[in-house]
Design a protein around this ligand. Structure first.
Ligand code: SAH
Length: 237
């Protein structure tokens, strides 16, 4: 089976691997457990200045990435792996969540198109049926930091990258809840003791305490998640 592959289309290939070259993801990248490739969109410009953008029809500020140049880059990136889904990072996209991350991580990988300037000509997104994904309701100056975040979230759950399966299962969102609080040594720090139950050695009580805390924190901070948790299948209500 081919390895999980992220192929990033960008005008800043030197931003990669960046943080993805460090830590567990970086070690796994070096070992060839997953692959990260960049496609330099500028390489597909046809003029001698390697122009990738132009002024928007209808006027207004900023520049837009040209459909012909982006299309040529996508065609080259698809080349050998037509099965890779094309993702365009965009504040207009569906907000990324752990369910989408899980599905992407379970697939062959992704082609990840990074916008710059005001964005990308709509026609090339439509022509390729690009899936638009947003990192949240804020605006970055380019898609690259979002691509790094998306790929990081995927590779950490691609099998063989993080050792312990259970370290993923209990995490935020895996059960539709935010995570319970963590404590480590020293047991008393600046007059603050860790919760008694955690040093009791009583595993069932620890589990119950952690679930109760996860539920309390989710209820307090994220009414949206809480509603889904209590109403959804297997919910409490
Ligand atoms: N004019 C656009 C913003 C362009 S920002 C607007 O108002 O919606 C330039 C590029 O940064 C975008 O094309 C996109 O690829 C990336 N980007 C910005 N914010 C993002 C976000 N919240 N999530 C994912 N990508 C984002």
């Amino acid at each position: 089976m081919p390895i999980w592959t992220a192929r990033v289309l960008t005008i800043f290939p030197e931003m990669f691997p960046g943080p993805l070259g460090q830590s567990l993801a970086g070690q796994a990248l070096e070992k060839g457990i997953w692959a990260l490739e960049t496609v330099d969109i500028r390489g597909f410009a046809s003029d001698k200045h390697r122009t990738v953008d132009d002024a928007p029809f209808g006027g207004g500020p900023g520049m837009v990435m040209r459909p012909d140049v982006v299309d040529a880059a996508i065609a080259a990136a698809k080349g050998t792996d037509p099965a890779l889904p094309l993702i365009f990072l965009s504040p207009r996209g569906r907000p990324l969540d752990q369910a989408r991350v899980r599905a992407l991580a379970a697939g062959p990988g992704a082609l990840v198109l990074c916008g710059r300037f005001e964005g990308v000509d709509q026609r090339v997104l439509d022509a390729h049926g690009a899936e638009e994904i947003s990192l949240g309701d804020f605006v970055l100056s380019g898609g690259e930091p979002a691509a790094i975040a998306l790929i990081d979230a995927c590779v950490r759950i691609v099998p063989g990258i993080i050792g312990k399966a259970e370290s993923l299962e209990e995490e935020s969102f895996e059960r539709g809840l935010l995570e319970y609080p963590h404590f480590t040594r020293p047991q008393v720090w600046q007059d603050r003791a860790v919760p008694e139950v955690l040093v009791s050695g009583h595993h069932a009580k620890v589990r119950a305490w952690r679930l109760a805390e996860a539920e309390r924190i989710t209820r307090e901070r994220r009414p949206d998640l809480w509603a889904r948790y209590t109403e959804g299948p297997g919910g409490r209500a």
